[in-house]
Design a protein around this ligand. Structure first.
Ligand SMILES: Cc1cc2nc3c(=O)[nH]c(=O)nc-3n(C[C@H](O)[C@H](O)[C@H](O)COP(=O)(O)OP(=O)(O)OC[C@H]3O[C@@H](n4cnc5c(N)ncnc54)[C@H](O)[C@@H]3O)c2cc1C
Length: 279
């Protein structure tokens, strides 16, 4: 059965790096409860597609809940459909159909000491957890962040600012494949051994996750202190009947036509995401 979805307007688009765009959604007051979230949770968006009607994809919220923002950060997947569509097409004022926040990759205790591992786009839920733990909790946060090279580091500035502000509680270690090569399980284990009492969160490409989780297991991290989020594309369509959505989108597109001149949004092809905020 389809979950109730909502059409949200894009409030801001930020080019974080050449390959990653952050999208900030406007959540109307009436939907604030429905869209409340915990750090590490994700939204599911319906990207319009001429081929299939829509492509449903999950994107972690990279903002911290207490910021009041709903920001996702999408990194281009080579030859990927939805990630490239979002980075190429989405502009301020456009709309997308979105499912409310979901997910269990979230710290139970914000005061716990956290050992965070992020690879590439895996930083998005980890960024939300980092900021929330620092600003709302009291524990220490250690972040191991692996990227291809310095130009692909998303949130480098935000992390540098947090490191300065929370110098006594936050340690960020950047690992660049261009400098150090891929991190091996032994190297990750050597790093994690200093934080064996921390609660670990891991998100990134499959080989990175395997190496990190392998190292944590070797160090005896119990299951309840080892959390991982896998970034995969959804196969199914959690948005319900596509024809119904197409018809709804056409109606909403017509209703929207009259104020196209008044906003700075550009027109998307008629599809599931075109319309006003609402159920
Ligand atoms: C919980 C969760 C959180 C995630 N968070 C993030 C995040 O924060 N940031 C991030 O970048 N990624 C995140 N992801 C991954 C994200 O959901 C996508 O898997 C990723 O963006 C790749 O999607 P893609 O469509 O670009 O690539 P692919 O899924 O590889 O796209 C290729 C697929 O699209 C199909 N396709 C090609 N053309 C079309 C078309 N015209 N219409 C319809 N289908 C077509 C192809 O047949 C193929 O199946 C997350 C995933 C999960 C599960």
């Amino acid at each position: 059965m389809a979950t109730e979805s909502f059409v949200l307007r894009v409030l801001d688009v930020v080019e974080e790096t050449a390959e990653a765009h952050s999208i900030v959604f406007e959540v109307p007051d009436g939907l604030a409860d429905r869209f409340s979230y915990t750090p590490g949770q994700f939204l599911t968006v319906a990207v319009p597609s001429d081929r299939t009607g829509l492509a449903a994809r999950c994107y972690s919220l990279s903002s911290a809940p207490h910021s009041g923002l709903h920001r996702i950060t999408v990194k281009r997947t080579p030859d990927g459909y939805a990630s490239n569509w979002i980075c190429d097409n989405l502009r301020v004022g456009d709309t997308l159909r979105v499912l409310p926040p979901s997910g269990i990759f979230t710290p139970r205790d914000l005061d716990a000491d956290l050992l965070l591992f992020a690879g590439g786009s895996g930083i998005t839920p980890v960024m939300s957890i980092t900021r929330t733990a620092l600003e709302k909790g009291h524990g220490n946060v250690v972040l191991f962040y692996a990227n291809r090279d310095s130009s692909s580091v998303v949130f480098a500035g935000e992390l540098a600012a947090l490191s300065r502000e929370y110098a006594d509680r936050l340690v960020v270690v950047h690992w660049l494949e261009s400098v150090q090569g891929l991190p091996s399980q032994d190297q990750l284990k050597a790093f994690a051994t200093y934080f064996s009492g921390f609660t670990a969160f891991v998100c990134g490409p499959a080989p990175f996750m395997r190496a990190v989780v392998g190292s944590l297991k070797e160090l005896g991290f119990p299951r309840d202190r080892r959390h991982q989020e896998k970034f995969v594309s959804l196969g199914g369509n959690p948005f319900g009947d596509i024809e119904e959505m197409r018809a709804a989108a056409m109606t909403l597109a017509e209703a929207d036509d009259h104020d196209d001149d008044d906003n700075d949004g550009h027109s998307l092809a008629a599809g599931p995401g075109r319309g006003r905020a609402g159920g």
